[in-house]
Design a protein around this ligand. Sequence first.
Ligand code: NAD
Length: 490
Amino acid sequence: MTRRFSLEDLILTANLIDGRWLSAADGARFAVIDPGTGNTIAEVADSGPADAHAATDAAARALPAWRDTLPKERAAILDRWHDLIVAHEEVLGELISLEQGKPLAEGRGEVAYGASYVTWFADEGRRIYGDIIPAQQRGKRMSAVKEPIGIVAAITPWNFPLAMIARKIAPALAAGCTVVGKPAEDTPLTALALALLAQEAGVPAGVLNLITASRERGIAAVADWLEDSRVRKITFTGSTAVGKYLARESAATLKKLSLELGGNAPFLVFDDADIDAAVSGLLASKFRNGGQTCVCPNRVYVQAGVYDAFSRKLADKVGALRVGPATDPSSQIGPMINTRAVDKIARHVDDAVAKGARVLTGGTRLPECGAHYFAPTVLANATDDMQLCCEETFGPVVPLFRFDSEEDALRAANDTPFGLAAYFYSQDVRRTDRVSRALEAGIVGINEGAISSEAAPFGGVKESGYGREGSRYGLDDYLSIKYLCQGGLE
Ligand code: NAD
């Protein structure tokens, strides 16, 4: 029978190392803050290099036996983990809302989304095929087999505290790798809860190890993994600056890297678009998690013929979004994650207004709700000299840029070092084909704002990183190919 854990049971404060829940080696702790109220939810282990090293030691000890399990044995454990996550959708959703600030319905949605990767990779792990290479010489047999890459270090951001770590741990375990991981300092609790459920599902001691840490101590802890030649892969989701640092610092031991980094997604609305569909698609993609999503449209380009109608309809809908505590079921937009985040949003809006943007709705902080709230905002007359054009705002702000020709729109859309997601709305099939080919992005939404799926390859091009999560390609990042050449068979 599935054991049921309450929210209190799932709020854990220790590291999981070698199957044991341990305080940081030096006993240090840091506070996890509810972004809606500023209250402390719990104090968790503030780990350093010694804890990171102990986690790697455990992962190294567990690797030989885990690597040798049958894929279907690993799948059975992952399936049990999936079922436990789904069975705890309500409480995990609450925990996500509490520590991250996304509305409850979205918290629950994230649980289902994260769980979908677990079951997906349980199945994909059964299909790690190799190749028999057609003979090139008599007496020789050549084949290619795929093997787990070894110990994987997973480092994740705060904006999807469950889904981001689940979609790294699941393929790693399915491939036969062992894992050391560190969730973001803002949202460590969901990851620890997930680890407890993994333990309950039968993941053996040392196969999954998680440590938590504050920002500075976490950097030192991760540095231990970067230097350790036993760690063969880093899988990271977060900002481009940190991704580049990890690539540089892991070069000495030449680790394989998957980097899911920042975006600056364009969203194009052509004159021939279905305007209502474009407004709905933009609302769905932009305001998920209050705009704190790497695939959120950051720049919205609207063709001159529909600019006024689109802006009006959009501003009406955005102005009606309900802002409030994440744990209030009627809230559609919760608090931003922390002071740094809300300050950046305010800076972008102030800069845009100073350079000529017009506020159609919102535009201000909402101190009456709390220190981290910002009003859903639409800005008209955005231009490319504004900060929000070249940096991810990561908040509920839609800047509207006007364009005349398809060529101009594509030039502007691609004029960024980033290339994660892009979206466009058009009902012309020829344009649909042209624009989807021309956009420099790893993911393109065509008349669609909701693009994420465990069955699809998620990842970027350019400075948005490399590697893919989900889909049948998602396991490749955790495998290496071994070529076997057998002679003397004549
Ligand atoms: P961040 O890069 O600041 O932090 C991400 C993680 O890295 C955290 O766990 C943090 O503690 C850790 N970290 C930070 N500096 C480090 C260092 N020097 N060494 C080792 N670890 C370090 O990012 P964030 O603010 O938490 O997340 C937001 C960013 O993540 C945005 O840029 C967003 O676009 C991106 N993101 C990308 C995807 C994707 O799939 N491409 C998904 C979600 C978020």
